[in-house]
Design a protein around this ligand. Structure first.
Ligand SMILES: [Zn+2]
Length: 202
């Protein structure tokens, strides 16, 4: 629920904003929390670009199973480019499906937004895993392809370094469970390719 969204106070304008909409910046060797509005306006000053910060309202899109997903957005000035991110909120923080798009700083923000939404719709209609009643676990679909995000399993043992948490079809899959999924393919070969978070995976 939106009311659970973790909030933080911007050290520059004093606004209390969702944590996902903040960034830590170093000033005089100390880190301060900045809202994206303040951050973007400073970036626009440094880079001498015209940039008007916009807050994009959340939208709801359906996935391949007709399930609703509510997406929140952030817009971030990256100097000569601009990045828009779309993500769901789970337990008050970013989680579930995530998409992003990076465009030229000169481009209209709503054009970039439209391109991101097209990408989201394509992504929401790709099904990579399905629940198997036989094994009582998630299994890779007959397409034999998995696209996902490498996240961090904060519940895993920290001593040797956290294990990955794999997000596939907006679902968080433990590293061990992902390994179990691969055992269906014991003896087969596979190819692992890494993509930037803002790249659409072919
Ligand atoms: Zn601020």
């Amino acid at each position: 629920m939106d009311s659970d969204i973790k909030k933080e106070k911007c050290a520059f304008c004093g606004e209390v904003v969702p944590r996902y909409s903040t960034i830590y910046v170093s000033v005089d060797e100390r880190y301060h929390c900045s809202c994206l509005k303040c951050y973007n306006s400073r970036m626009a000053d440094y880079s001498e670009t015209d940039f008007e910060h916009v807050e994009l309202d959340p939208i709801i899109l359906k996935d391949f199973e007709d399930v609703d997903h509510k997406f929140h957005f952030t817009v971030r000035h990256l100097g000569d480019r601009v990045g828009i991110e779309a993500f769901e909120i789970k337990d008050g923080q970013r989680g579930g499906y995530e998409f992003s798009y990076i465009g030229d700083i000169e481009e209209e923000i709503f054009n970039l937004f439209a391109k991101l939404v097209e990408r989201m719709l394509r992504g929401l209609h790709q099904k990579h895993i399905e629940w198997s009643e036989t094994t009582n676990s998630w299994q890779i679909t007959r397409e034999d392809v998995v696209r996902g995000k490498i996240s961090c399993d904060l519940e895993s043992d920290e001593f040797y370094g956290h294990l990955p948490l794999i997000v596939i079809d907006g679902k968080e899959i433990k590293w061990e469970d992902f390994g179990q999924m691969l055992m269906t393919y014991e003896g087969f070969n596979f190819k692992l390719e890494i993509f930037d978070r803002s790249d659409e995976m072919p």
